[in-house]
Design a protein around this ligand. Sequence first.
Ligand SMILES: [Zn+2]
Ligand SMILES: [Zn+2]
Length: 363
Amino acid sequence: MSHTEELVAEPLATQSKQPARSYAAKEASGALGPWNFERRIPGPHDVQVDILFCGVCHTDLHFVRNDWGMSMYPLVPGHEIVGRVTAIGDHVTKFKEGDLVGIGCLVDTCRECDNCKQDLEQYCMGGATYTYSAPEKKEIGFTYGGYSNKIVCDENFILNVSDKLPLEKVAPLLCAGITTYSPLKNWKIGAGHKVAILGLGGLGHMGVKFAAAFGAEVTVLSTTASKEADAKRLGAHKFVLTSNEEQVKAVQNSFDFILDTVSAEHDYNFYLSMLKTKGAMVCVGLPNQPAVVPAFTLVFQGRNLAGSLIGGIAETQEMLDYCAANNITSDVEVIDIKDINKAYVRMEKSDVKYRFVIDMATL
Ligand SMILES: [Zn+2]
Ligand SMILES: [Zn+2]
């Protein structure tokens, strides 16, 4: 071998990458289909996970269709990931091969800003790296999510998952679970509080379970009368059909807290009027259009209107541990990956109780 040949190193791309399989959208108008791509080989602080189940969040659909104008294609959705560790980097201390783990909406953040230092990584001022369709911090390219056979992620963004609960029912906790747990905790909801959950879908059904588990009196507010029986099965004490004038009148000025999980356009004022003096309504859904909020409704009863985004990594772990200790899981319908496009059509019609979860063994 000549001296010159010795210097020709293998290109970095082939050294540091490994093949992976997925279902991806190739363009905004396209359906999801099989796509082979590359993941990085685990670095010193990385954990490699074989994905067992991945929940299907409404955000996945928004990103596939580029509703928010920030999608990058090919797009591999999925941020409700549960799997098993198959490899770890040299410096990984928190996980070992064979561990059951979860990955939610975040795979990296700046780790230096005030929010990151206070376990509020979801509000990272340096820009959080979301699990899919987000620019990578240390590499060229963008992230690919959980509709895939494997994922590689920094150990600081990986959660411990108990083997006590069915894993397919745990997957949605990584987004729908923490999104509803965090605001209820932040407002210290518990016994003696009257809580309303607005909307009974993937988020709302988890909101009902958590609020009831925390000891609150829980009312579901819904436009669909047929949801009453299910609301009560999930733990709600009361149900208000919001098209029924008398039922709505009876709950004026009555709730300490409303968790608004609705992503369709809706009248905030209508629901704010159901809050007690100093009560709070927290939005976790994301309607596309801005809403009109009359200051009068807020000012005259000292009401609060706020928002909340998922939760930090420590709080997500706290939520998973709470669920394992209290036997709380999501209600799911497990699907084969080949049926994902049909699942999206049904999800748009709210025709799922209450979360689709993909069995990744079918990929
Ligand atoms: Zn989500
Ligand atoms: Zn940060």
